[in-house]
Design a protein around this ligand. Sequence first.
Ligand code: UDP
Ligand code: MG
Length: 317
Amino acid sequence: MTSDPAAPTLSVIIPCYNEGENVQTLFGRLLPVLRGLGAAFEVICINDGSVDDTLDRLLEVQKTEPALRIIDLSRNFGKEKALSAGLFHSRGQAVVPMDADLQHPPEAIADMLAQWRDGWEVVFARRDARAGQGLSERLFAKGFYWVFDHLSDVRLPREVGDFRLMDRKVVDTINTMPERSRFMKGIFAWVGYRHTEIVYHQAERAAGVSKFNSLKLLRFAFDGLTSFSNFPLKVWGGIGAVISSLAFLYIVVRIIRTIVWGIDVPGYESTLVSVLFLGGMQLLTLGIIGDYLGRVFDEVKGRPLFIIRKLYESGEE
Ligand code: UDP
Ligand code: MG
């Protein structure tokens, strides 16, 4: 792909899920910025199974902007998969994923491109503050990063989302990764490469509501953790070893006591407590093994990451 003479310099990838009311505003701001860069560009919008008029609005824009390519997925696959679809189809020498709701200012792309031209392979865009987030969300994010840092070998940069610039070789590397569980923040960090950063101010969502509620975020966080760390799976070996050793010592103590002082009154409470405690722990462990097994099951099935209903390129019907 790198040798394609028609390849644009820059690809902007935008996953869109029910963003109909943002399409006009988005392109109204994005296109002037891109045209002012002095570089050939393409914009790839992934319609992630929207049930509103997102696709129609995108097609409307495409009539006047041939650089817009639209990937229409067959249903909602989620942002991470939509992003993967965009990365697979991007042709640019530099690739920038961004959100459709204008929380990521298009103007920052110029800064990122300048850094890339200086030779950086990845340019993070770091938020200067978390817009529109309450204390509980901030605490949740802090807790997540703390746990992630301690449990996995991958370092996630703070306050950096999917908005970033990646060189073609970084994107090519990501495209070779076959896993179905796509925690993109982790994948981006895992591939490494030389990176620098710029700072941007994250705005409020232009229109509509966030597609992520607390439960979805919690699942997302847990998913990210278990795709990048085996610790939750392995820790039980250690805990089991400690408990078995203690149990063994206790058995020795009981035997000696029985020999020396004779048979004691049966300890109903201690039996019940240990049975309940161990039973609970075994269920928890099983649950965690089940989670990883489910993940293996998903990978083994080897289904495609996403299904494209139709690819709309300019000039085609
Ligand atoms: N998105 C998507 N598929 C989904 C959910 C979200 O393509 O299933 C897109 C959405 O249209 C937006 C981006 O992902 O362009 C970020 O979503 P959102 O703004 O709702 O997330 P937040 O900014 O609240 O984290
Ligand atoms: Mg948003």
